[in-house]
Design a protein around this ligand. Structure first.
Ligand code: F6R
Length: 616
């Protein structure tokens, strides 16, 4: 879950690397470092605990010249986040520098073996073992860098995206991938490396996404990159064009990416539905459902695998698919599923949901389901990432890069795709009445406009409410039916960015335990829209008030009762019950955001978290 960047070419590498690291900082920000082969002083490595801005301060006044370099922003796995454990790591001879994203699982055995041979280690990291091993092979066997990298990677078990440079060869970078993402950008007489395309996008739109076991040999004076595998067999790669513009990955006047991404949701959902939802023709078209109609409409069962926020979207997907398609759905944590012994076969369809498309647990769940014969459908955001490449088919959510670590627009994008998927399958199976289908298509299409209206109306009010509740040490979030996952999502948002403990519950479960927590200190957020369970939710609110709890209610515009009971309320535009999560989630995202800001927390980069969880 670290970010890696590399550059070789005609310009100064340092500014390219620093800018790239800033773009990738969402992947980890415990420490940062850069290795350059400078014109005057040879291989120079600068690294420090903290963020990329700390690295910039650290390099101030130092020699950062050179047209080749590699850089890293770290999310610690092995070894505490300090400057010694920061990347790049240097081999004991001082010859090689490496950056690495992933985990070398057999690092302890390899380290023991190298130490027995007299190799001295400086850090506690698994990565240092890699560079020491490569250098050991290189000198002992007297082979070139590529050969030693190939030989070392044959001995390594684990995940890696890595880049390595040799102090005596300022004309070459070698990079490799196994289970962690890596992209090579191909410019005019220059080459770039990135964990994703964001560090590359402003220099070139030509990229190659490495596959597992690929090694890229990037030579300064070549017009192409050579790809081989660990056995030195040549690999051909198609050059892809990236479709990402700079404004999508910058803050655009907002103080934080998270706020920008919350406000982008109406546009994102329009992008997500473009060409798929057509009100004039009254239909929803997903190309995957056309291409794989048989597999999808005849599914015996759907199993949704995902983590975190994507798992919450999956809980909404279950209700949508079961209600409209009449097909049973199970929702599994990918991390549990991957180590279970699931009874699945080729009549099952597994839906993998992942914003990053790189989550290690979700990817492993996909591989397991594939082995057992299931048909795999991906719902992802990052184009060309590992999960879409491992699936049989799928639908991208098309919400643009999500940079704030707390997921916001990806959640509503995922729920939108799940809604379209369930409608398309239900129509094809004939399990939905025409008039219901038409109403749903119309209402789904109207959601972006209603989100806009909601954002306009509630933003300031939530800002004020957030100030009142910054004191709280605990929060409870309640919802029912489609809004139960919304409660879970609201609680997750609050805890991850404000570090306030929060629990999401189905409202009726409160009386089975959590009600004991309620007193005058306890804010309870209740999604209490006017739907079939409205009266029941009102009873839950009365139970809270009877115990002096403080209720923040999310209510429908035509609500007349809950607002009377609640301490604070936010009104939602009216929509169909199954589409309410696309609106009700927004005030909860904003509330978490404003509470975290009021508490002075680092909203976009909360402690201990990273955007892309490519480790177990
Ligand atoms: C929460 C959050 C995480 C992710 C989870 C899965 O705001 O961002 O819970 O949802 O790590 O990530 P993806 O969707 O990339 O697989």
């Amino acid at each position: 879950m670290c970010g890696i960047v590399g550059y070789i070419g005609k310009r100064q590498a340092y500014p390219v690397l620093i800018k790239g690291l800033k773009r990738l900082e969402y992947r980890g920000y415990d420490s940062a470092g850069v290795a350059l082969i400078t014109e005057s002083s040879g291989l120079q490595v600068y690294k420090t605990k903290g963020k990329v801005a700390d690295l910039e301060k650290y390099t101030d006044g130092k020699d950062v010249t050179g047209t080749i370099g590699i850089a890293h922003t770290r999310w610690a796995t092995h070894g505490e986040p300090n400057s010694t454990n920061a990347h790049p790591h240097i081999s004991a001879s001082g010859q090689l520098a490496i950056i690495h994203n992933g985990i070398i699982e057999n690092y302890a055995v390899l380290k023991d073996q190298l130490m027995e041979k007299g190799v001295e280690f400086r850090s506690d990291t698994d990565t240092e073992v890699l560079v020491q091993l490569i250098d050991y092979i290189r000198t002992k066997k007297n082979v070139d860098l590529l050969t030693s990298v190939r030989m070392a990677l044959r001995m390594v078990i684990g995940a890696y995206a890595l880049a390595i440079i040799d102090k005596d060869n300022p004309d070459q970078i070698i990079a490799a991938r196994q289970s962690s993402p890596l992209v090579v950008g191909i410019g005019d007489g220059e080459f770039f490396l990135g964990s994703d395309a964001s560090p590359i996008v402003e220099y070139t739109d030509k990229v190659v996404y490495l596959d597992d076991q690929d090694i890229a040999v990037i030579n300064r004076n070549s017009d192409h990159v050579e790809f081989v595998n660990v056995n030195n067999e040549k690999i051909d790669h198609e050059i892809k064009k990236i479709n990402l513009n700079l404004s999508q990955i910058e803050k655009g006047g907002y103080p934080h990416f998270m706020l920008k991404e919350i406000f982008e949701q109406p546009q994102c959902l329009m992008d997500c539905m473009r060409g798929r939802v057509n009100v004039d023709l009254n239909n929803v078209v997903l190309s995957a459902v056309i291409d794989y109609r048989k597999e999808l409409i005849n599914a015996r069962r759907f199993i949704i695998v995902a983590c975190g926020t994507s798992w919450h979207a999956g809980l909404i997907g279950k209700q949508l698919i079961e209600n409209f398609c009449q097909i049973p759905v199970e929702v599994e944590y990918a991390s549990e599923f991957r180590y279970s012994n699931p009874v699945i076969d080729n009549r099952d369809v597994v839906i993998a949901i992942s914003q990053s498309g790189e989550t290690a647990d979700t990817l492993a769940a996909v591989e397991l389901a594939k082995k057992r014969g299931a048909f795999i459908f991906g719902i992802c955001n990052a184009i060309g990432s590992s999960i879409p490449r491992a699936t049989n088919t799928g639908s991208y959510i098309h919400v643009g890069p999500e940079i704030g670590v707390a997921s916001t627009k990806a959640f509503t994008g995922q729920v939108t795709v799940l809604t379209m998927l369930s409608l398309a399958i239900a129509k094809a199976r004939g399990t939905i009445e025409n008039h219901e289908y038409e109403t749903l298509v119309r209402e789904l299409n109207a959601i972006p406009e209603k989100q806009k209206q909601l954002l306009d109306e509630c933003n300031e009010k939530i800002h004020e409410i957030a100030k009142i509740f910054t004191y709280a040490r605990n929060f409870l979030y309640l919802g029912r039916g489609y809004n139960y996952p919304v409660a879970l999502e609201g609680a997750l948002k609050l805890k991850e960015i404000s570090y306030i403990h929060a629990e999401g519950y189905p409202a009726a479960e409160m009386k089975h335990g959590p009600i004991a927590l309620i007193d005058e200190e306890m804010p309870v957020v209740v999604v209490a829209t006017k739907n079939a369970l409205y009266e029941k939710l009102m009873s839950n609110i009365q139970e809270i008030k009877a115990r002096k709890g403080r209720v923040i209610a999310i209510v429908s515009k035509d609500d007349d009762k809950v607002r009377e009971l609640a301490d604070e309320y936010i009104e939602l535009p009216k929509t169909l019950e199954c589409l309410e999560p696309l609106l009700a989630t927004i005030p909860l995202q904003l509330m978490a955001y404003y509470i975290a800001v009021a508490k002075g927390k680092d909203v976009d980069q909360p402690r201990n978290l990273a955007k892309s969880v490519t480790v177990e």
